[in-house]
Design a protein around this ligand. Sequence first.
Ligand code: ATP
Ligand code: MG
Length: 456
Amino acid sequence: MPSTFASDDAATENELDFEPGSSADDSYPQHDELPSDVGLDEDEALADEIDDDLDDEGEPNDPVVYPVEFEEGRIDPDAAKVVRRLSRHGYEAYLVGGCVRDLLVGRSPKDFDVATSARPDDVRRLFRNSRIIGRRFRLVHVLFGGGKVIETATFRRAPEAVAERAGDDLLIKNDNVFGEAHEDATRRDFTINGLFYDIERRVVLDWVGGMPDIERRTVHTIGDPIVRFQEDPVRILRAIKFSARTDFGISPEVYDAMVLCRDALRRAAKPRLFEEVLRLLREGAAHRSIWLAWETGVLDILLPELSAYLADRPEDDSSVWRLLSEVDARTRSSQGSPDDIVLVAVLLLEPMLEACAGQRDRVDAAWEFMEPIVDRLNVPRRIAEPIRRIGAVLPRLQSGRVGRFARTNLYPLASEVAELYAAAHGDAFSVEEDGSHVITPAATSAPSRRRRRRRR
Ligand code: ATP
Ligand code: MG
């Protein structure tokens, strides 16, 4: 347990003021919209009672206990069912991770995860509708109607206790040893993701200083950020994602560590990197995410093509940011997030168009542009191939010369990219009855956004 996040660090005691809002539009509330009937009060009597249940050979593993009641209906009834059945059979079981964070900030959780003292085989036995998944770390998917899955994982502890580290190499290679609830909390990445909710007692168990950080609206690693980022550099992207999505600040110490450790991203597993880039783009906070990646220099590592493009643009050229804002607006509307192909195409569009400009063979030029990115991030061909075709065909779409391309499967996605591009550039874009596009250039150019200086 890192001392800066010792459980008595409740400096903001009694100040936490939030109430789970209904958040139908799935967007985060601003600070002053945050709810009001839940206090950051610790409950000492309850804490003692819970300590009695949790204590293990006198280890310093007492959580701070916060009574929190969520509005009726906000907790998924099937997740509650899983927790209750495990508890009835004598196991510890809690809601954990992203769902607790989202409930606390008034957002609808994407999914509900359960952590328990029960081993995978025990969980499997209790739920006929379940299956064990994963080879490296076995966990149980409890299946419900409508394709709903409640992921139920046995508590595990951080790998440092597993003696997997050699020399200076902190990269985690084995993350696979069962542990106790407090160990499962401290192995997690950020304090806001390390909270456990006890459904029966209606309390949040906080071993990591997560509640004060929720109240302060701050992303902070559990423990030393430099160590945590070296162990798993993908956490740098996760910090960006959570900060951008929740509009939480990143603590200065963590921000500095992101800048310092960003090179370690080169060592991370490429498919994880690409998946995290997609997550940065998908949640309606693409603009903020990529901005943060640019500001921290993380973009230089992931997509130097884009950061070089941004660095070369005049101060008042905000086209990349406007494109990302258009994506966010679309994602937040009822239409949901665009296809991954559209997301990545839009992210790379400006530098790709620049690379293709004036080239006789645009398809070739687009491919040359995409190739290093495909290598660096392991972009699957099913995404990379359509993107380069979109890059090559875009000028034709923009001038209405669609031809046979209108009959291809790629046409709807390419049109979406063209629409976003036109919207970002302030042009009116319409599709005529015969399928051709007409772009009416805006009378004046779009307002610019001041570029902030990037932190080095
Ligand atoms: P989302 O809403 O995007 O699903 P989440 O917080 O649920 O957010 P997941 O990627 O689903 O994020 O992970 C679930 C939980 O597992 C996290 O809340 C965190 O506690 C833990 N976790 C995930 N990835 C890591 C990591 N790289 N290192 C440590 N803990 C992690
Ligand atoms: Mg999740």
